[in-house]
Design a protein around this ligand. Structure first.
Ligand code: ZN
Length: 150
């Protein structure tokens, strides 16, 4: 069964640990005390981008009278488009790091390389070759998980 982890206190602690050094996948800004990030499955988002996304959804639901909704890349300068490309590159790198972290978590949960390879539509050997040498230590992320003494 596929289900998201529950949002209990332990999950929030793990999320806080994973925001260090991370960027908002939408604006490219790093996390600060004033600009915390929320994340999930390979993407992070800051409060300003959450607010911006809410405004965009509101505009789509009821467009401004006489106004035409335009895309960012239609009105942006060449420099704006390149700035967007830099954010996409940084976000893709970050998503790739999340992928390695998630594979490490899957392994820590006892999943086989064959099962992980199946997710990627490849063999266990190909999955191992791609991930095994660069798996991060996820001990701290999993601290407290399943740590009962019975
Ligand atoms: Zn942002």
């Amino acid at each position: 069964m596929n289900s998201a982890p529950e949002n209990d206190g332990e999950t929030y602690a793990a999320v806080e640990q994973t925001t260090t050094g991370k960027i908002c996948s939408f604006c490219g800004r790093g996390a600060t005390a004033d600009r915390p990030l929320a994340g999930g499955y390979g993407a992070m988002i800051c409060r300003a981008c959450i607010d911006g996304a809410r405004d965009m959804l509101d505009d789509q639901a009821s467009p401004p009278a006489g106004g035409e909704l335009r895309s960012y890349w239609e009105d942006g300068t060449d420099g704006d488009v390149l700035a967007g490309l830099r954010i996409m590159k940084a976000s893709a790198r970050q998503a790739d790091e999340f992928l390695f972290t998630w594979v490490a978590i899957a392994r820590a949960h006892g999943n086989s390389w064959a099962a992980i390879g199946d997710v990627f539509g490849t063999t266990r050997q190909a999955a191992w070759e791609r991930f095994a040498r660069r798996l991060p230590d996820v001990t701290d992320l999993l601290a407290g998980e399943g740590s009962s003494t019975d």
